[in-house]
Design a protein around this ligand. Structure first.
Ligand SMILES: Nc1nc2c(ncn2[C@@H]2O[C@H](COP(=O)(O)OP(=O)(O)OP(=O)(O)O)[C@@H](O)[C@H]2O)c(=O)[nH]1
Length: 308
């Protein structure tokens, strides 16, 4: 609440803060990823979610003084031909059923085709979301082509907005983010404003793994445990795969961490995965390995390897 409202003065605040979720849909190759990166201004913006926000596959966040655009990932909308296709569609439905705005991307340099129409029709299934048509790659098209495409797009449905853009020349990107933000609900920021670099992020993830491992462990272990994130990989199914290691100092500790039949390690993985997903705001696959690094606390080389 701002001061004016608190005083009961009826004037509208000049600019209300808005925040919400947007998802870009469209055929493969129409420029969705490039647009996301161009809007966000860096490859992937990671932030720490505030507790009330649900977990989603966040691709990037546009932070502005007047609002926050949270761009969420969806796998493409496909005509389901396989079980995988159906599962992907179910995932699309879960995501798109939940966003505030859907940005339907169509390239300016190709005629509107059956693929575009199919996706456009599917958008009827998501009545909650506002719908914006985004004509991408205008740098590749003549003015005549652009006008033609805008007309065809206008015939598809009543859009909340239609915006031609180029992610390459950055033409109209600011207009697009203005338009998207105007369609978002009035809301305080949903994510912390500070950006966390990938490097810090790995450190934080490693710390969460270490915490999860310590949880329920005996007292003698804590100082003997360390964790590292060794590799990460974006998977086809939209999950982020994280490969991490837990280091122990003595052989006997390995068994403690792994537990009977691997039960302890599974619990650690489960707890850590929850925390990491909350940190990243997206679903992950976590692979944990327990490694023996003899007397690592006394070994400078080992300490270096563990980031101390
Ligand atoms: N000239 C031009 N090329 C662009 C623009 N935006 C994207 N491209 C190019 O179009 C191609 C596809 O872009 P992507 O962003 O990968 O498209 P996408 O829709 O995310 O593709 P999928 O991940 O397959 O769904 C890439 O070669 C981009 O460099 C643009 O504004 N202008």
């Amino acid at each position: 609440m701002n001061a004016e409202q608190a005083d009961g003065v009826g004037t509208e605040p000049e600019a209300e803060h808005r925040a919400g979720f947007v998802s870009f849909v469209g055929r493969p190759n129409v420029g969705k990823s490039t647009l996301t990166n161009a809007l966000v201004g860096q490859k992937i913006a990671i932030t720490s979610p505030k507790p009330q926000t649900t977990r989603r596959a966040i691709r990037g966040i546009v932070h502005r003084p007047d609002g926050q655009l949270i761009i969420v990932d969806t796998p493409g909308i496909h005509r389901p031909r396989t079980l995988l296709g159906e599962r992907l569609n179910a995932l699309v439905e879960a995501t798109l059923g939940d966003v505030d705005v859907i940005g339907f991307c169509v390239p300016a340099d190709e005629k509107l085709g059956p693929g575009d129409r199919f996706i456009n029709e599917r958008l009827d299934d998501f009545p909650r979301a506002k719908k914006v048509a985004i004509l991408t790659k205008v740098d590749e098209a003549s003015n005549g082509e652009i006008i033609d495409q805008l007309t065809r797009l206008g015939e598809l449905r009543e859009w909340d907005a239609v915006v031609p853009i180029s992610s390459v020349t950055r033409d109209q990107l600011d207009v697009l983010s203005d338009v998207l933000l105007e369609l978002m609900p009035v809301s305080p920021p949903l994510y912390e404003a500070e950006q966390i670099t990938d490097e810090n992020e790995d450190d934080r993830i490693a710390e969460l793994i270490r915490e999860a491992a310590l949880d329920g462990m005996r007292d003698e272990l804590p100082h003997s445990l360390a964790a590292t994130v060794d590799d990460r990989e974006e998977r086809e199914d939209g999950l982020l795969a994280l490969y991490a290691s837990i280091y122990v100092e003595r052989d006997s500790q390995k068994g403690i961490v792994i537990g009977k039949g691997g039960s302890q390690l599974r619990d650690i993985g489960e707890r850590a995965r929850h925390e990491i997903e909350a940190l990243l705001g997206r679903r992950i696959y976590l692979s944990l390995r327990v490694k023996l690094l003899k007397e690592w606390q006394r070994d400078p080389k080992a300490l270096g390897r563990l980031g101390f």
